[in-house]
Design a protein around this ligand. Structure first.
Ligand code: ADP
Ligand code: MG
Length: 263
């Protein structure tokens, strides 16, 4: 079985406590998967593990990306391979415009600063400024964003909706193959939700697969998932189509817990 992102029997501990207890999941390009679950079920632990956060220790299982295990790879290497997690650098950086940040991020993705087979470090200069400006302009037009947005300082005073816009633009420029969006449960307003949903809908196609992690099903009113998975206590306990999200909306998570307990 191959998959663009293939997670097999993953066990993860944080500070000696096991949080993920055998999680398996496959996400392919062109698919949108929703991972849902009550608070504390381990959703964010999974997202952080996928990106290689050092605090999360994989004790069993594997994560394959494009057929290769990425467990030993650093976060930046995973990103260069085409795995994306919304805003890996969420700090405000006064003096660095969002546009410059995007250009630096794109150059990092295009030109890995590692030696080639002969030991020589590539000296590519990256994307020329004019080419980058054109790219940025076309992506902003596609996403209906105001051009002045790129001239603002990174995350400095960005509203919730603007941060989401920034993430989507970052995805459009970097063109990852699999994107993970952890919709931290801090209640995005409807406008911010629509920004995310419109962006995901505009960008998903043959080249991009998305894993949307969410507690509530609200965003799934705007994005139609290929598959919905329910996570409880560190495992995916049931999966289904878009209708599963509606069921969760109507009935909450307790019925899933009861069903699992009676198996
Ligand atoms: P979710 O995103 O589904 O709400 P989390 O992955 O944030 O769940 O948390 C799952 C469990 O792991 C919780 O019991 C939480 O306390 C614990 N946990 C998560 N991250 C950490 C951490 N960095 N340090 C200690 N405990 C953590
Ligand atoms: Mg979380």
């Amino acid at each position: 079985m191959t998959g663009d992102l293939l997670v097999k029997g993953l066990h993860v501990s944080v500070e000696g406590k096991e949080i993920l207890k055998g999680l398996s999941l496959q996400v392919n390009k062109g698919e949108v998967h929703a991972l849902m679950g009550p608070n504390g079920s381990g959703k964010s632990t999974f997202a952080n593990t996928l990106m290689g956060h050092p605090k999360y220790e994989v004790t069993a299982g594997d994560i394959l990306f494009k057929g290769e295990s990425i467990l030993e790879k650093e976060t930046d290497e995973r990103a260069r391979m085409g795995l994306f997690m919304a805003f890996q650098y969420p700090v405000a950086i006064p003096g660095l415009t969002f546009g410059s940040f995007l250009r630096a991020a794109l150059n990092a993705r295009l030109a890995p600063p590692t030696p080639d087979g002969n030991g020589a470090v590539p000296t590519k200069k990256g994307i020329p400024p004019k080419e980058f400006r054109d790219l940025l302009r076309s992506k902003m037009a596609m996403l209906k964003m105001d051009e002045t947005f790129a001239t603002r300082y990174l995350n400095d005073g960005f509203s919730g909706g603007e941060k989401k816009r920034a993430e989507i633009l970052q995805m459009a420029i970097l063109r990852p193959e699999i994107a993970i969006m952890d919709e931290t449960d801090s209640g995005l307003d409807i406008d911010a939700l629509k920004v995310v949903a419109d962006g995901v809908n505009a960008l998903t196609g043959q080249d991009l697969g998305v894993l949307v992690i969410t507690h509530y099903n609200r965003i799934l009113n705007y994005i139609k998932p290929t598959r919905v998975h329910v996570m409880i206590d560190g495992r995916i306990v049931t999966s289904g189509g878009a209708e599963l999200a509606q069921q969760l909306e109507a009935k909450g998570y307790d019925w899933v817990r009861e069903e699992v307990a009676s198996r």
